[in-house]
Design a protein around this ligand. Structure first.
Ligand SMILES: N[C@@H](CCC(=O)N[C@@H](CS)C(=O)NCC(=O)O)C(=O)O
Length: 336
């Protein structure tokens, strides 16, 4: 009997030792935003992009690169939502010790934070391509405000600060349906190594609960309802701004980085099957028509549809089905 205890004790000791070694390799730390002149990584092309099909910020940088027609080498990095925590594996952590996507490399130098990446890329607009930055100083300042208003910074602490911080609340149902396809052992890797233990906890809860039971989980219900309220407020401002100059783009005639940044917020609404809640032509005719114009741009086809992921499409259709079949789901996700 005692030898069994010895063996178990030894096995536990080895497991803890291995976990400590692996944790060290996966240690993360915040990175400064913007272009890092003092860091250089191996690269093959002038521009390279580490990104994920679903990630809101990745979509933003892809759309910007497509608008500017700047070619780049693509490195798809999986997040747990699309398959596994590739973003916290040692190989990727070399490129971004913060463990998040997207990362844009220019001649091997990283640029962190998607809003910095689009500003940086706009500085390399090729000849013959329309600039995404207005010449007029007032419009430029306004563009910056709209970029900030769409940026994802700290959704948990300040969900009402920006549409980018509110939209994750509407993404929860999508995470919930996508995660149906992800084996639970993969989610558990996050408990061992992810820098934010809330994520594996949340995904486990979503997987066990399922879309049909979300309304029974009070904190999730609260986040979904609260974020819907915030987003309605931001979209009312958006509609008013479109009315002011009459479009076709947010700041008038010129398509700018503000449009690039907001496209992905609308795209997330499409992916999360809640376009009808926010972009109904009867409620916001200008924004609805604007969204149709965005979807007609070649950059949308290239950067969004061209990177569509089967698990996202599954999640989107699964939400639509759950809403059609279950009035509790519809009430939670549509508020009526
Ligand atoms: N503010 C950053 C946000 C980066 C970020 O949080 N990226 C998310 C995807 S949108 C991510 O990589 N999450 C992975 C994880 O937390 O496991 C940016 O705009 O680039």
């Amino acid at each position: 009997m005692s030898w069994i205890l010895w063996v178990l004790g030894l096995a536990a000791l080895i497991a803890v030792g291995l976990w400590v070694i692996e944790s060290r390799k996966r240690r993360t730390h915040p990175v400064p935003s913007g272009y890092q002149a003092d860091q250089e990584f191996p690269h093959e092309q002038e521009f390279e992009l580490y990104h994920n099909a679903l990630s809101l910020c990745s979509m933003k940088t892809r759309v910007c690169m497509a608008e500017l027609q700047i070619p780049y080498k693509s490195h798809h990095i999986d997040l747990i939502e699309t398959s596994c925590y590739e973003n916290i594996r040692p190989d990727f952590l070399k490129v971004n010790p913060g463990g998040t996507v997207p990362v844009l490399l220019h001649n091997g130098h990283p640029i962190y934070e998607s809003h910095e990446q689009i500003r940086y890329a706009a500085g390399f607009t090729p000849e013959g391509i329309s600039s995404l930055v207005p010449k007029d100083q007032g419009l430029r300042a306004e563009m910056e405000e709209w970029i900030e208003l769409s940026s994802l910074t700290n959704p948990l602490e300040e969900p009402g600060k920006s549409a980018g911080n509110s939209i994750p609340g509407q993404t929860l149902p999508l995470f919930c349906t996508m995660i149906e396809k992800i084996p639970i052992v993969r989610i558990f890797e996050g408990f061992l190594f992810h820098f934010d233990k809330l994520r594996p906890f949340l995904f486990t809860m979503l997987k066990i609960g399922g879309i049909e039971n979300l309304h029974r989980i009070p904190p999730i219900k609260k986040v979904i309802e609260q974020s819907r309220g915030y987003l309605h407020g931001f979209l009312d401002r958006f509609e008013a701004r479109l009315e002011k100059d009459g479009g076709p783009w947010l700041l008038g005639n010129q398509y700018t980085l503000a449009d690039v940044s907001w496209l992905v917020v609308f795209e997330r609404m499409r992916q999360a099957s809640c376009e009808n809640v926010f972009l109904d032509p009867a409620d916001r005719p200008l924004t609805a028509a604007y969204w149709d114009r965005l979807k007609a741009r070649p950059a949308y086809a290239e950067a969004i549809l061209g990177h569509s992921h089967p698990i996202v499409e599954y999640g989107r259709e699964r939400i639509a089905r759950a809403k059609a079949e279950n009035s509790d789901v519809r009430k939670l996700l549509e508020g009526a």
